[in-house]
Structures are given as structure tokens and as C-alpha cells.
Design a protein around this ligand. Structure first.
Ligand code: ADP
Ligand code: MG
Length: 369
């Protein structure tokens, strides 16, 4: 009887996956940091492999379910195991987007980059690149050769900044010189004008690009306090493969995106530059949610043009492309409100398939996000 139950559960799961198309949402809760209050560890529980429950001190419980939920003890390696097939599909010619969504400090950068030179602590980007280069080498024996092109950009206040451009000093402040526009070519390629695109052949080459980009972001930070948490960072690897035996051609794209912090900065308190930032982040994150929702609902109109981020990624969202969103969560009690907002956003994105009941059940939906 147990087996029958399990079979039924799997069948239901597969049906849901089919209805959902190519959109997946994984939830990841980071461990408490040394300076965070220990008591708060009782706030979150993990029913099953997919569920997460937030318990409020007054006794309310908020339950959510995603394609997978990773608790604080899940290693970088185990997280990657769950996505390695998705990464692999970029080599097969698919367009893939992997996002990290969550408030500042919730573990987005740890998930996406981690410590690239540490075997255990390296994140999705190093592991993905290593796998891609390894597999592309192995495919040589079957006549395949691949060209890989990397670019790294930041979207801040709806403006694109090339993180691989040589920096130019202007009146004491260091700013990159160029303006960038997004163009979608009839071939299906996306071109960002004046963007540095580097041909790469190994993880080590990509690693040095990441270091260069990190430096570029830090330089930007001096002008604007902790800018990196208020901009989206987009790493793109374009993969062009051809087989000399079969004359097959593939063109895949892997986009790995560390999103701006999702915390709701109060609009009333902010003015000038800060208000502009807040509006830009709110606009682009909600546009991203709207786009994913519209794709999953198979809406005739997908509002890609509502933000730079969705417009940039337009060819890689929808169609037969594949999307995965990590929703990163901080476990401390101070973050409960933001965690709920993040989980609600992710549940909306996750539970939008037609005919399938919403799987987000919050017992007291009075916290507004
Ligand atoms: P974000 O990019 O969302 O602002 P970070 O990735 O910088 O957050 O994470 C905040 C802090 O928590 C960092 O010190 C990071 O090393 C740590 N951290 C995040 N996720 C984990 C994890 N899964 N395991 C251990 N430490 C983590
Ligand atoms: Mg970060």
C-alpha cells in the first residue's frame, strides 16, 4: 500500500511538473550566522523535501511548498547536484536562466558564487562552469567543438554597466565610459551594444573575469554605499557547438543572475538617489515575477519590456528555455517579515500553473508585501 501511495505521489508530482513547463523554484535557507540569535532556529521547519514552514512567536504558521527546499545543512555540492542537469542542457542548446532572489544577507551570492577557490564552498557559477568545460572536452571525441563566450554586467537603476570594461577615471570617480543598449536580433541572439564579450576556454579564465568584475563592483560601491546589493549581476555564457561528423549545430545560453536585494525599502523615508534605486529594484523584481507568471499561465502577452532585466533576458525566458529561481531565506527572527515576502513572491511564481491549486497556504495573510 505504501508503494502505491508513493507511485501516486510521483504521478501527481510529474503531472504538476508537466503543467508547470520549464519553471522551477528552489528554496534555500542559510544557517544562522555567529552573531545571530540562537533562539530563532526554531522558527523554521521543513516538512518533506519540498515544504517549508515559518512559525511566528504568537503561534501562527505559514506553510509553503516548492520544487525543492534546502535547509541550512545542505551543502553547496548537494545544491549543485539538483541543478547539474539543468546546467547541462545549456550545452545541449537550451537557453537557461538561474536566478537567486532574496533579501540582502540571505545567501544569494553564497549560492551563486560562494568561495570559488574552495572545493566545498564554491557555488553554482564555478561548479556550472567546471562541468560545462569538462563535458565539452569529453564531447570532443565525438566530433564536437565548442566556442564559449562570457560576459558580465550589472543593472543598476535600470542602466547597464559592463563589469568587464576597463575602468576609466573621471574627476576622481571611476566610471566606465560606455552607454549600452539591448538589441534582439532576428537570429534569436541578444546583443548588448558596446559590451565586452570574452572567449573563454577554462574555468580559470572565467575565474579571473569574476575577480575583475568583483573589483569593478567594489569601485562602484565607493560612490554609492553597498551598491552591489542594489543591482542585479548577470553572468552570461553563450555556447556555440558544432559537430564535424554530423554537421549538427547547437547554440545554448546559460545566464546566472544574482538579483538585487528584495527587501522593501520604505519609499516614504527615501529621497533622491535612494528613492530612484528603490523604485528601480521594486520595478524590476516585480516585472520579473510578472513575466514568469505570464509565461507559466501561457498569457498571449508577456510584459518583457517593463524592465531592463526582463528585456535583456527575453529570449531566455519562455519558449523552450528553462528557468530556475532560488529563493534565499535568512533564518533569524528579525528577517521573518522579509522571509515571508520572499516566500510569497516565490510561491506566486511557483504556483501559477493552470488548473493546479495554489500551493502557497498562509494561515494569516495579513502581512502585506
Ligand atoms: P546576499 O548575497 O543575499 O546578500 P550572502 O551570500 O552575502 O547574501 O550571505 C550573507 C552571509 O551569509 C555571508 O557571510 C555568507 O557567507 C553567509 N552564508 C550565506 N549562505 C550560506 C550557507 N548556505 N552556508 C554558510 N554560510 C552562508
Ligand atoms: Mg550578495
Amino acid at each position: 500500500q505504501l508503494r502505491e501511495g508513493e507511485l501516486l505521489r510521483r504521478k501527481l508530482h510529474n503531472t504538476i511538473q508537466e503543467l508547470k513547463g520549464n519553471i522551477r523554484v528552489f528554496c534555500r535557507v542559510r544557517p544562522l550566522l555567529p552573531d545571530e540569535n540562537d533562539e530563532s532556529s526554531t522558527l523554521i521547519s521543513y516538512p518533506g523535501e519540498e515544504g517549508i514552514e515559518l512559525h511566528q512567536a504568537q503561534g501562527q504558521t505559514y506553510s509553503f511548498s516548492f520544487d525543492k527546499t534546502f535547509g541550512p545543512d545542505v551543502s553547496q555540492r548537494d545544491v549543485f547536484t539538483e541543478i547539474s542537469q539543468l546546467v547541462q542542457s545549456a550545452l545541449d542548446g537550451y537557453k537557461v536562466c538561474i536566478f537567486a532572489y532574496g533579501q540582502t544577507g540571505s545567501g544569494k551570492t553564497h549560492t551563486m558564487i560562494g568561495q570559488p577557490d574552495d572545493m566545498d564552498q564554491k557555488g553554482v557559477i564555478p561548479r556550472s562552469l567546471e562541468q560545462i568545460f569538462q563535458c565539452s572536452q569529453a564531447l570532443r571525441s565525438q566530433g564536437w567543438s565548442f566556442k564559449m563566450q562570457a560576459s558580465l554586467l550589472e543593472i543598476y537603476n535600470e542602466t547597464i554597466r559592463d563589469l568587464l570594461a576597463p575602468l576609466k577615471s573621471v574627476g576622481g570617480d571611476t566610471t566606465p565610459a560606455k552607454q549600452h543598449a539591448i538589441k534582439h536580433e532576428p537570429t534569436g541572439n541578444t546583443v548588448v551594444t558596446e559590451l565586452t564579450v570574452v572567449e573563454v576556454n577554462s574555468w580559470e579564465e572565467v575565474s579571473s573575469l569574476l575577480r575583475q568584475a568583483a573589483q569593478s563592483r567594489t569601485v562602484g560601491k565607493t560612490a554609492m554605499n553597498d551598491r552591489s546589493s542594489r543591482s542585479h549581476c548577470v553572468f552570461t555564457l553563450r555556447i556555440i557547438g558544432s559537430n564535424e561528423n554530423t554537421e549538427q549545430q547547437v547554440q545554448g545560453v546559460l545566464n546566472l543572475i544574482d538579483l538585487a536585494g528584495s527587501e522593501r525599502l520604505s519609499k516614504s523615508g527615501s529621497t533622491g538617489e535612494r528613492l530612484k534605486e528603490t523604485q528601480a529594484i521594486n520595478k524590476s523584481l516585480s516585472s520579473l515575477g510578472d513575466v514568469i507568471l505570464a509565461i507559466a499561465n501561457k498569457d498571449p502577452h508577456i510584459p518583457y519590456r517593463n524592465s531592463k532585466l526582463t528585456y535583456l533576458l527575453q529570449p531566455c525566458l519562455g519558449g523552450d528555455s528553462k528557468t530556475l529561481m532560488f529563493v534565499n531565506i535568512s533564518p533569524d527572527s528579525k528577517s521573518l517579515h522579509e522571509s515571508l515576502c520572499s516566500l510569497r513572491f516565490a510561491a506566486k511564481v511557483n504556483a501559477c500553473e493552470i488548473g493546479v491549486p495554489r500551493r502557497c497556504t498562509s494561515s494569516r495573510p495579513q502581512i502585506s508585501c
